[in-house]
Structure formats: structure tokens, C-alpha cells
Design a protein around this ligand. Structure first.
Ligand code: FUL
Length: 437
């Protein structure tokens, strides 16, 4: 038996009409990235603030050793498949030489005002074959137009066009829901519909993230945890970016939501989002990162792991080391897939997939996927194991599967594994199944 046998058995699950909403091609592409790096970088890196005030002097920005190739190398070494950078955070400072404001790298000493972080990063990402994404905060504490209505929305849309038309292909546009006061004490009413339209027009393949999609939803916490039960569905009509009091629903999704909306888990490798020396000894350990991976990617979410670049313009050595060791742990966990060596059997009447090996295997990590292009179906399942003719014992149990579920299981010898779908909203359609030793 081999990979073909398992694939054939999975494909033989009777072909079906889609059930409920299904992912768009751009959502499927995003889902396949699984994990990306978030980079918070800007004037806050030099002032120690988390939320800059918008009054910072651009001359404070001077990352003398900035090297985006190093960022990309660290990301790839950790197994991260894209980078989303804060092109503009709430303080309004732009990492590209925008012609629309004087609050940018153009007015800083860095590269004598000739530098462009977005140009260097997009180039390095392309060269490294990973995704390039931008965080553009609509909340802008620097711009005098903020809080004036249409004038600011026009400014923001012009900024969007700027970053979405000069740096090649953008994989993700990250919209923060924060809507505070501007320099004039006024709050802005954002025109989300038009913002989304600009992204669609300039970068039709990019996914858009916010608390309310329209492609990817926030998971509702910044601890790095996706929910055990995770429906890739949300009724968008009920949500808007920055919506208060719905974090629990953002985590679980809505079982009967009208739209296909996956969750992305954003969390920082340090306590803060921006770099500060006082947190150099508070970098998450490889073990903690592995737990985050299991509880985010392993629960069907994408992970966006923040690694704040330091004042030199480089990922600090502590962070690079933790990321490398975490990458090693995940690579070790998923290096040896024995599922393809098993004889598979799909018992449609009992919705059970059994894998039988002629020799003993030692499963340590198990990964399941649903064929989400046909909708999300499974509501409850368990994984049993047995050795020779011994009794079946339960190895793991879960509710939803969706894009993927990954379990770290207590390693014990087995010759058979069975995946029992206990409850499904339509005929279960399992995708790839991996059993790693
Ligand atoms: C939040 C922001 O207010 C934080 O500063 C940070 O950028 C985080 C990722 O999103 O809403």
C-alpha cells in the first residue's frame, strides 16, 4: 500500500455537493500558508511606546543596520511562510516615503531619507519566496485630517493605493479595529466598504483581515490560542471591525454563519508588540511557541507570530534563537509520516477510516484535514489506537476539524489507528491524514 491507496480511499468518500459556505481561492491559498511572521516596527521601536502619540519626531527613526533579508532568513528558518509588517501603526509614521505626509522615513536620518522599508522588505520576501503583507492602521494620531470624515477616508484610501500598487504582490492586508481619537480629539468614522473596494481593485488576490473579515477574522484574543471548536463561518452582516463584546464568537466562529471566514491568531513572541530592551529576557521559549502552534495552527487557524525588529533594524538574537529551536521542534514532529505505509479502509456506514500497518508504529503527532472546499462538516470525532488484537483505546478526541487539526498524542506502540466521525452535518469528507512518528 502507499500514498495512492490512502488518497484513493479518501477520494472515494462519495462525492458531494458543497455543504454551506466554502472558501474562495484566495482564502484557500492563505490557509495553505498556515503560519506567518508579524513585524511591529516604527518610531515606537525608538521611543519604547506601544501606542505612539503621533507627535514623534521622524528623526528618531534610524535603524542603522536594517537588513530585511535577515528578517526573511529568520522567518524561513522558523518555518514561517510570509511577513506582515506595520507599514503604518496608530502613530501615523509611514515606513515608506509617502508623498501624502511628512510623517515618514523620508524625513528621517535613515539612509539619508532615501530609504523605503516596504521596498526592501517586499523585495526580500519575493527573493525568499514568501508572502508579503501590510498592516495599515486606519487610526492615525498624526494626520490632521483624522476625525474630519470624508477627507480622512480619502487620505487613507490614497495611502492604501500607494502601498498596494508599488511593491508587487501583497498576500494579506491587515486592518486593525482600533478607532481612537486623533490629534484634534476627534474620532473618525471609517468607510470600510470603500477601503475594502480599494484593496480588491489593487490586489485582488490579497486576503483582508479584520475583526469582521471580509476574508479572515481575528480570533478574539492575543494569547495565541484558537478555540477547540472552530467553525470557519461567520455572518458578516452582524460584524464590523472593532466590534465590542463578541470576542468569544470570533474565536469559535458561528456554526451556522452565512460566510466562510477563517480565523487568524496573532500573538507576540514578547510581552509587547514593539521591541524594547527591557523585554530581551522575556522572549517566549521554543516550548511555549510549540504549544501556541498546536493551539492555533493545530486548531485550524492561521498563526501570525509577531517578532518585533529592534533598533538596529534586525531581529534580536534571542528571538532568532527561540524561533530556530521552535522550527526544529515542529520539523522533528512532522518529519516522518507513516500514514502512507498503512492499508486504509473507509467504512462509510460508520464514518470510520481505519489505517492498518504490518509492523508496529509509534504515533506522536496526528494531523487531520477536511476537504473544506466542500464546506465544513465534522462536529465531533475521536481517534483510537490498538496494538495487534488488543483493545482499542482512545488517543484523542475533538469537535470540529475544518482546515486542520493537529494532536500531540501520548506515544505508544500501535498497529492500527481509526478515525471515527461521531457527528457530521453532511457526509464527512476527510482530506489529508498524517500520522507522524
Ligand atoms: C492592536 C493594536 O492596537 C496593537 O498596537 C497591535 O498592533 C495589535 C496587533 O493590534 O489592536
Amino acid at each position: 500500500m502507499g500514498a495512492l491507496a490512502l488518497a484513493a480511499v479518501l477520494a472515494s468518500q462519495s462525492s458531494q455537493e458543497p455543504f454551506g459556505p466554502t472558501p474562495s481561492p484566495r482564502q484557500l491559498r492563505f490557509q495553505a500558508l498556515e503560519q506567518c511572521m508579524f513585524i511591529h516596527f516604527g518610531v515606537n521601536t525608538f521611543t519604547g511606546e506601544e501606542w505612539g502619540h503621533g507627535t514623534e519626531d521622524p528623526s528618531s527613526f534610524d535603524p542603522k543596520e536594517l537588513d530585511c533579508k535577515q528578517w526573511v532568513a529568520v522567518a524561513k528558518d522558523a518555518g514561517l511562510r510570509g511577513i506582515v509588517v506595520t507599514a503604518k501603526h496608530h502613530d501615523g509614521f509611514c515606513l515608506w516615503p509617502s508623498s501624502l505626509t511628512e510623517h515618514s522615513v523620508k524625513y528621517s536620518p535613515w539612509r539619508s531619507g532615501k530609504g523605503d522599508v516596504l521596498a526592501e522588505l517586499s523585495h526580500a520576501c519575493r527573493e525568499g519566496g514568501i508572502g508579503f503583507g501590510v498592516y495599515l492602521s486606519p487610526w492615525d494620531r498624526n494626520n490632521p485630517k483624522y476625525g474630519t470624515g470624508d477627507a480622512y477616508n480619502e487620505y487613507f484610501m490614497a495611502q492604501l493605493r500607494d502601498v498596494l500598487t508599488h511593491y508587487g504582490r501583497v498576500s494579506e492586508v491587515w486592518f486593525d479595529g482600533a478607532c481612537g481619537e486623533g490629534a484634534n480629539g476627534k474620532r473618525q468614522e471609517y468607510d470600510w466598504q470603500r477601503f475594502v473596494a480599494v484593496v480588491r481593485e489593487c490586489q485582488p488576490d490579497a486576503v483582508i483581515f479584520s475583526d469582521a473579515g471580509p476574508d479572515i477574522r481575528w480570533v478574539g484574543n492575543e494569547r495565541g490560542v484558537g478555540c477547540e471548536t472552530n467553525w470557519c463561518r461567520l455572518s458578516l452582516a452582524e460584524f464590523f471591525p472593532g466590534i465590542p463584546g463578541r470576542n468569544d464568537v470570533l474565536c469559535t466562529g458561528q456554526r451556522d454563519g452565512a460566510d466562510w471566514i477563517q480565523a487568524e491568531v496573532d500573538v507576540s513572541i514578547r510581552p509587547g508588540w514593539f521591541w524594547r530592551a527591557s523585554e530581551d529576557d522575556k522572549v517566549k521559549t521554543p516550548e511555549a511557541l510549540e504549544r501556541i502552534w498546536l493551539e492555533s495552527v493545530g486548531r485550524g487557524c492561521n498563526l501570525l507570530l509577531n517578532v518585533p525588529v529592534d533598533r538596529r533594524g534586525l531581529v534580536a538574537p534571542q528571538d532568532a534563537k527561540a524561533l530556530h529551536e521552535w522550527g526544529e521542534r515542529v520539523r522533528n514532529r512532522t518529519a516522518k509520516d507513516v500514514a502512507d505505509h498503512a492499508t486504509p479502509d473507509w467504512d462509510a456506514a460508520h464514518a470510520t477510516l481505519t489505517l492498518s500497518w504490518s509492523t508496529t508504529v509509534m504515533p506522536r503527532t496526528i494531523r487531520l484535514e477536511e476537504r473544506v472546499e466542500l464546506g465544513q462538516r465534522v462536529e465531533s470525532f475521536r481517534i483510537d489506537a490498538r496494538s495487534s488484537d488488543g483493545p482499542w483505546r482512545e488517543l484523542a478526541r475533538g469537535t470540529t476539524i475544518g482546515p486542520r487539526r493537529i494532536f500531540a498524542v501520548a506515544t505508544a506502540p500501535a498497529t492500527q489507528l481509526r478515525f471515527v466521525v461521531e457527528s457530521s452535518r453532511a457526509t464527512p469528507m476527510l482530506g489529508r491524514v498524517s500520522v507522524y512518528e
